[in-house]
Ligand binder design. Structure first.
Ligand code: NAD
Length: 309
């Protein structure tokens, strides 16, 4: 049986798949749609990350496809309806990069709230901005608001509680009576209540019509002026121009973005040169350890699926 891998995967796991399958691994396939389409003609499985767009049109080039491995969890690059109609099983690496994302959130939060770490070059050259950097905040006792309380949201809650934070969450799919609230010691809130109560807001929702542009100027305007916003979920959930305006006008204290509407950002981005804004290139889920876990879980799931056919 034939497997095509169109984006980066750990070599050790690719080699493990090669022991049982005919594997074509080429991380540049994501940028060569013609070659990918032709390789898919007799493929049984395709493995992607978040860049390969698995559209209904691409699936038409893959008539024998049975399994679609996703090296990660967000499924917004995959036409799930088309996969279902064609009987293609979608296999995300659920949970495998949650620790990496949750640790990223805590790191970004601490950097932003303490605010004393951005002057290393100046200090090395003799500056001594002690007065300017003496007013950082502490984490303990602050309120963390999680928008989306699934796998990553729940792990982030645990780490934040370990630092002495109170954690609240908004997730309309989880009933107020669900035992998860008691077992995690997290209190449910409406979105509006969460936004106005939180000192740190972290987003952990998929990109859907209901979450697209969720943090627009109106909702950002309801945040505390001292609060920070962290988006590791997907670009588009936060309105980038509205966030840039709020930071420039000091309507909120700071923000960290790992995901963007367009990746990489183009030279017209409203996010360029904005104060108190940390930007990273979609790496919240990527660590040495999580890359290994994600590749292993994906290889196992795809192999299981094909061997059960
Ligand atoms: P999950 O499916 O376990 O949890 C998502 C939660 O969001 C669910 O509980 C769901 O009920 C909730 N939700 C859905 N719509 C909502 C809405 N409108 N309002 C509030 N809550 C809503 O997913 P997860 O594993 O926690 O991952 C969350 C997202 O993080 C993924 O969809 C992915 O896009 C993103 N992610 C990013 C990276 C990265 O590297 N930046 C890595 C992993 C995941």
């Amino acid at each position: 049986m034939k497997i095509i891998i169109s984006e980066f995967m750990e070599e050790a796991e690719v080699d493990r798949l090669r022991q049982s399958f005919d594997v074509t691994y080429d991380a540049t396939l994501v940028d060569d749609s013609k070659k990918l389409q032709s390789l898919l003609a007799d493929a049984d499985a395709l493995i992607v990350r978040n860049r390969t767009q698995v559209t209904s049109e691409l699936l038409q080039h893959a008539p024998a496809l049975k399994a679609l491995g996703r090296l990660g969890v967000g499924l917004d690059n995959i036409d799930l309806t088309a996969c279902e109609q064609r009987g293609v099983k979608v296999l995300p690496a659920v949970g495998a990069n949650a620790q990496a994302v949750a640790e990223y959130v805590i790191t970004a939060m601490m950097l932003l709230v303490r605010g004393g770490f951005m002057a290393s070059s100046a200090i090395g050259e003799g500056a001594w901005p002690r007065a300017a950097l003496s007013n950082g905040g502490e984490i303990a006792g602050k309120v963390m608001g999680l928008v989306g309380f699934g796998g990553i949201g729940q792990l982030t809650a645990k780490l934040a509680q370990g630092l002495g934070m109170q954690v609240i969450a908004y997730d309309p799919a989880i009933d107020q009576t669900d035992t998860v609230w008691n077992s995690t010691n997290v209190e449910p809130r409406t979105l509006e209540a969460l936004v106005s109560e939180s000192d740190v807001i972290s987003l952990h929702v998929p990109l859907l019509p209901s979450t697209n542009n969720m943090f627009d100027a109106a909702l950002i305007g309801q945040m505390k002026p001292s609060a920070v916003l962290i988006n590791t979920a997907r670009g588009g959930i936060v309105n980038e121009a509205a966030l840039a305006n709020a930071l420039k006008a000091k309507k909120i204290y700071g923000a960290a973005l790992d995901v963007f509407v367009t990746e990489p950002l183009g030279n017209q981005s409203p996010l360029a040169g904005i104060p108190n804004l940390l930007l990273t290139p979609h790496i919240a889920g990527l660590t040495v350890e999580s890359n290994q876990r994600v590749s292993k879980v994906t290889a196992d799931r795809v192999a299981d699926c094909l061997l059960k056919q």
